[in-house]
Design a protein around this ligand. Sequence first.
Ligand code: PMP
Length: 431
Amino acid sequence: MAQVIDTDQLFARAKEIIPGGVSSPVRAFGSVGGTPVFVGEAHGAQVFDVNGVGYVDLVCSWGPALLGHAHPGVVEAVREAAKRGLSFGAPTRAEVELAELIRGRVPMAQQVRFVSTGTEATMTAIRLARGATGRDKIVKFAGCYHGHSDALLAAAGSGVATQGLPGSAGVTAAAAADTIVVEYNDAEALARVFKEAGEQIACVITESVPANMGVVPPAEGFNAELRRLTREHGALLIVDEVLTGFRVGPGGWLGIEEGTDPDLVTFGKVVGGGMPLAALAGRAEIMQLLAPVGPVYQAGTLSGNPLATAAGIATLTLADADVYAHVDRVSAEVQAAVTDALTAASVPHVVQAAGNLFSVFFRDEPVRNYEDAKAQDTDAFRRFFHAMLDQHVSLPPSAFEAWFLSSAHDEAALARIVDALPRAARAAAEG
Ligand code: PMP
């Protein structure tokens, strides 16, 4: 029999050699405590730890695994691509095909540039907006996450319109000074910002549906108002669909909510099918400002990597109407089951959804912005999280993250989630 690996020891070893033991902070279980699940492999709706123990997975690699883990069609496409070479640093036909698939689903994506991470996609979109307008300032919303580039890490202090402060050590005041942070869902605050500084604002960047402070749906007409205000003041609108793109529906959130009509859009996660691939896309006249055609520089050794493009093509090809219908249905079922269990245990909560994307806030008032999101009982979440994990259901290890489902979440996976919920709800109640 294989020797059982002590994951507490493995975590200690990891922390010796890797800061926090992880390659990305939230994986360290900082806000829930304990030892993270060290994953050995993942198939369908389950991740298996290094000892082969299976967990029903509601993280789905933070979004990419729309088809479940290791979908045979995606794995085969990557295997075939790998046989032909791992990286060329030259144009490929697959890039053209993937770009055309994207435009077929999102018509405003007239031209597409591939990068490797969502961070690069939004960072480049900002540079492009500044290059296109000749203006310096950008507007982002408190609680929206667009990756870890300096200007976009600026976070709000409280208040309606706050001049950007560095959101991390190591970000200079200068790098953040041109970032204006506005409370989410507050169109009036944005209008005031435009009134004061409209001629200096290059762009507004927003998540199509914020999902990095938990899921906070845009108020009716909010995204359309962003479009109206930016247009009125000659600024660009960048919609970040890294998380929602090709997940909430075939055309992402832009395919569901009409009237946003952004200039630029960013994709990541599902578009790479689990491989490092992301993209920015948008109106051709703006995209044409990118090098080598235009003056805005951007490049990448591994950009458009052949394995990643193969995974993206396979994923978008396999993600048909049945896949989205299934994810919508299982998402609705999990939302209902969570609501029932928390209600039965008298735990204050609100489940917020936009399409199949949802999260659970441990407070009883609706969450409209980051301030609301922070006013939840994160201790209750921590107890809930660990009770689910003890029953082999893996939730995102933070109260501020969306839960993710896939087309591989079948009746058996649903049953395991539903069975685990009452005990977890009671644990949440026992403060
Ligand atoms: N934008 C959004 C909306 C995201 O959710 C994320 C990552 N969670 C990013 C950008 C950054 O993407 P990446 O982690 O690939 O850099």
